[in-house]
Design a protein around this ligand. Sequence first.
Ligand code: AMP
Length: 551
Amino acid sequence: MCLMCLIKYVQKASTLYCIMKSMNPLFPNGLILINLFCREGNSPNHHQTITYNQLLRNVCRCANALKLLGVKKGDRVAIYLPMIPELVYTMLACARIGAVHSIVFAGFSSESLCERIMDAQCNILVTAGNIKCFIEEEVWICVFRLTTPWDESCDIWWDDLMDGVSDECEPEWVDSEDPLFILYTSGSTGKPKGVVHTITGYMLYTSLTFKYVFDYHHDDVYWCTADIGWITGHSYITYGPLANGATSVLFEGVPVYPHVGRLWEIIEKYAVSKFYTAPTAIRLLMKYGKEPLQRYDLSSLRVLGTVGEPINPEAWLWYYDVVGQQRCPVIDTFWQTETVKHLQQSKPSFFLKPPLTVVKSSTSNDVFRKPWPGIMRGVYGNQERFESTYFRKFPGFYVTGDGCRRDKDGYYWITGRIDDMLNVSGHLLSTAEVEAALTEHPSVAEAAVVSRPHAVKGECLYCFVTLKDHKEFNRTLMEELKRKVREKIGPIATPDFIQNAPGLPKTRSGKIMRRVLRQIARNEKDLGDLSTLADPKVVEVLFSQRCEAAA
Ligand code: AMP
């Protein structure tokens, strides 16, 4: 769905855009770390402490404002915000009035946002001024439609909306199986799936995993660096810590701004004891060596967590030795938007020797055989897709889409995706979605996308494109293709490698052999059996022209 159509749709449905006016209120120093939610801005001088009482009042104000706009139990509210407290207020306000939030990661493009708004049939979008700028830079024509001119009939400033509304709001009574939120995750067909979670099962699982996996105690200061736009942020920034009355940190910025010791500085500043991050962040910071860490006191740390993608041995060791100073267990949690249930690394000897991702089910050997309270309840609006994606391949089991092997002690070693999905910096992307974006370019006849290992991101996108007759492959085209993907999906999906492919390796029945393309991308010369290929010569040509350097 293009944005123009969306605009027509939203105008018909009198959709409202609530835009925040004041994004960075400065609060004085002086932190009291009791039952607080500590917000750390992009700049080290921007910080704020929010007590549970203040949080409740802000949530109630926002809930009342949403009600004034006509939002009722069961309605879907889209949220497209950076990591600021208003994001937490809005999601909890939805929960308080029984509305269903659908948060879209702020790194997605406006087209991805539209697709998700349309699919979840949201009536309201809560967004922010700086994201409007992002949209403006990315897809200016859309922005023109979205933001200019300011439309008094349907655009509302956040501050105006909150002004004067009561800070008390009775919670709406809901059924334990009513939906709490929809969160989109990439699907191997290319179209994202709206994963639906319900109130009690999800809350039970996030609150318990928070407490037991991270060994939470009331004097802990907890910090999860994920973005709330993903399930880890939903669960370990908002719901898990807050359900336990924990003191936690909400960080708006990035790990290397304004300096490469930023994460360590924050750990010292708030005396963080439980720290949860992604391998991609560890790999990024490893590059700068030990010196940036040595400037800060990290003695408060007690448990280190990792999530989102397999952690390689070098990154694991660095995390354990340098960050945790060989005192802190490293908990590798394997889970998904859909499962909420964790499998966590718990084999003590692995604290001494680094694992790849090793996990053990805390309940049974048949890891995903029985349903559990935190499992997704469906794909929004598409029961058939829910059943076929997760339950048909191995009847009686939930299929995660990941491969693993089990060792003699019953530990599972995650080996990576078994479907056409990629994990770039912990973000799951569908190759089909990127291919669809590439083939929208008028010069491209066909595209195939595979993963290639990347030192920081874990995996990156290696794209093969076959051009239409008489079209020329050059740097301008490469830039246009990258731009196309950024516009359609978002900057997280920007291809690292784009190779001109006069032909693609296909079987006689016309199926692209992705295994061969993966091997070319990785420069693996032993290609195995190619007898099913219609034209094996294509492989030689592709090998001879493979990209050594990133585009
Ligand atoms: P998402 O639903 O976006 O959170 O992505 C879930 C996927 O990320 C899983 O199916 C795995 O492919 C990958 N993943 C998440 N955590 C881990 C981990 N600890 N080790 C290996 N892969 C992981």
